[in-house]
Design a protein around this ligand. Sequence first.
Ligand SMILES: [Zn+2]
Ligand SMILES: [Zn+2]
Length: 184
Amino acid sequence: MQIIDLRLPACYNVAELYTGLAYPVNLPRYPLRINVGFLLNQPVGTRRDIHFAFPDLRLSPDLEVTDFSGVVQITRMVQGMFVEFSCTANTGLECVRCLAPYNQALATSFQEVYAFRRDQVTESGLLVPEDGNIDLAPLVNEYMQLEIPIKPLCRPDCKGLCVECGADLNTETCEHQKSIRVSP
Ligand SMILES: [Zn+2]
Ligand SMILES: [Zn+2]
C-alpha cells in the first residue's frame, strides 16, 4: 500500500487551483469553505463533522436559498479526503400554473473524494488545494440546481389560471370554468 507523506508538499501540483489563498477562511464570501488541514496529520479513518446553518445563502449568481442547513462529514483516507455532504434549504420560485411566487423546499446529498495528488483523483477530478481549504459551494450549487423542478408548482394540485380571464382558480371560480364544465 502506498502511503503519502503529507509533510512533503512538493508532491502537490495544484497551483492552478489556487483561488482562495489570499483570503482567510470563514469570510462570508466563502461560507461553505472548510479547512481540512487539521485532519492531515490524523490517522487514516479519522472523521469529523462540520455543521452549517445560514438564514440566507447565495450559492451562485442564479441560486439564492434561505434556511440553509447542512452537514459535512470528512474522513481522512490514504489518498484523499472522503467528503459526505447533505443539506436542506428553500428557494423562491414561480409556479408555472398560477404564476405565484412560492418557497420550494430543496434537499440534496453527495459523496466525493478530494484527492491529495493529481494522479490519484477520481473521475470528478477533485483535489485538496495546497492550502487545505476546500470550498464546497461550487459542488453544493451544482447538486442543488439539479433539485430545482423543471416545472415548478406551488402545490401538486395547483389549479392554475383561467386561460380566458386570468382568474386564479385556486382562490376563485369564473364563468369560463362553468361553461367548460357544462359543454360536452
Ligand atoms: Zn400554482
Ligand atoms: Zn375565466
